[in-house]
Design a protein around this ligand. Sequence first.
Ligand code: SAH
Ligand code: SF4
Ligand code: F3S
Length: 488
Amino acid sequence: MYNEIDLDKIDINSEPPEKEPDRQYYFMAKCRKWVKDFEQKNGRLPKAFVLNMGCQMNARDSEKLKGILLQMGMEAAEDETADLVLYNTCTVRDNANQKVYGRLGYLQTLKKKNSHMKIALCGCMMQEPEAVERIRKTYGFVDLIFGTHNIFKLAELFFQCLVDSAMVVDVWDSTDKSVEQLPTERKYFFKSGVNIMYGCDNFCSYCIVPYVRGRERSRPSKEILKEIRELAKDGVKEVMLLGQNVNSYGKNLAQEQICFGQLLRQVNEIEGIRRIRFMTSHPKDLSEDLIAAMRDCEKVCRHLHLPLQSGSSRILKLMNRRYTKEQYLELVERIRQAMPDISLTTDIIVGFPGETEEDFLETLDVVRKVRFDSAFTFLYSKRTGTPAASMEEQVPQELVKDRFDRLLKEVQRISSQVCMRDAKTVQKVLVEDENDHQKGYVSGRLSNNLLVHFPGDASLIGQIVPVELVEAKGFYYIGRQQSGSDAG
Ligand code: SAH
Ligand code: SF4
Ligand code: F3S
């Protein structure tokens, strides 16, 4: 629906409008003129490649970036052999940054072969002044740098790049507005992320996200519901409500009194939407009301990602997580009482400063007690500017590695048992893709997010179909489609 604006009707010889998003549509129209000239000169459309390097929030931003570029008339490229390469970066752990520096070397060789090529970097890593400084100094061939707060400005900034040969850098420290009414290019026609809030105020002591994403800002529920209704009309069946801590949704909304549980109930009413997911839930803010809303709303998927980070109350305190081991376990208990079939997944950090063997054993203990369906395990990564970076007693690398391996083994052992509990039953599967590895198979997800592969063709993509889970493979199933349609 956002794509209905006719760029050709915009007078690109007049002054740019001040108001957003009109200003961006004006620059999209100017870029489209450049696209047409490019096509005439080169006999082909200019190609753009957007690479998402971060979390679901970044993935959603990447869809918006892609939407703007396609609206300009550029063609989507499958890899970096393109005329514009845009990396949407992450900086949550140092290896994310190293990946960017590594790839920049490769981009430089590509740029030498393609004189049209523009290289742009945006996203969380660009909010760090040290990273921008290093790129300015060492990677002078980069054309454009912008941050997380002004992704909506892509058209304007790209246009500036076309007329100006110097590196364009536009990174904002913060923002209090969000510009939403812009084109987006969804990766899947049947599912979509929906931002319900931006930023984070939790300041977990190891985490850089609050510094690069800014203060927590909830979107008014009216706007969110309108967006989801439009998505439903457009064929979307599954929405993923996105925020760094969705459980605190609404807390800072001046104009209305609403909490996340209430929002879930309202989304549940929207016709056409069949599945609702959300990410991420902070244990400290997971209320009784939310548990009840999850239980009552039939469209809310039976999956909860509930990051633990550590099982040691002492470390949790140092991490500024604001819950104890016992509170976490008790919360899991309450969730399971309300929804016995729920699948629980988590994030765990190993090697936080000062973590002892005893602390680590507490983490293993929680893993064994909760029996997570799966867990993302991370080596602690020191992030400059966070309180944990200046904590003494950073744990030696060999110890961290050893604990990490032990944890991973335990997580995988439990996961392979827990995940397979639905074997031999018939479950609804939302079909997502044709299977890359096995011809004649499609892949889809259960309500609890597990993957199922079963014989079928592309016509099933986007449908929710009953599938018998014939064979349990540890982390996924092989299934067989049952008769029955997508309805209901
Ligand atoms: N807002 C989400 C997390 C976003 S970051 C939440 O609170 O759950 C995703 C995960 O990255 C975190 O859950 C944490 O486990 C991990 N992480 C964040 N900072 C890290 C660091 N400095 N080192 C290692 N892992 C980190
Ligand atoms: Fe980082 Fe904590 Fe915010 Fe999650 S809740 S983004 S871990 S500061
Ligand atoms: Fe990374 Fe930014 Fe997400 S730092 S984890 S992409 S919010």
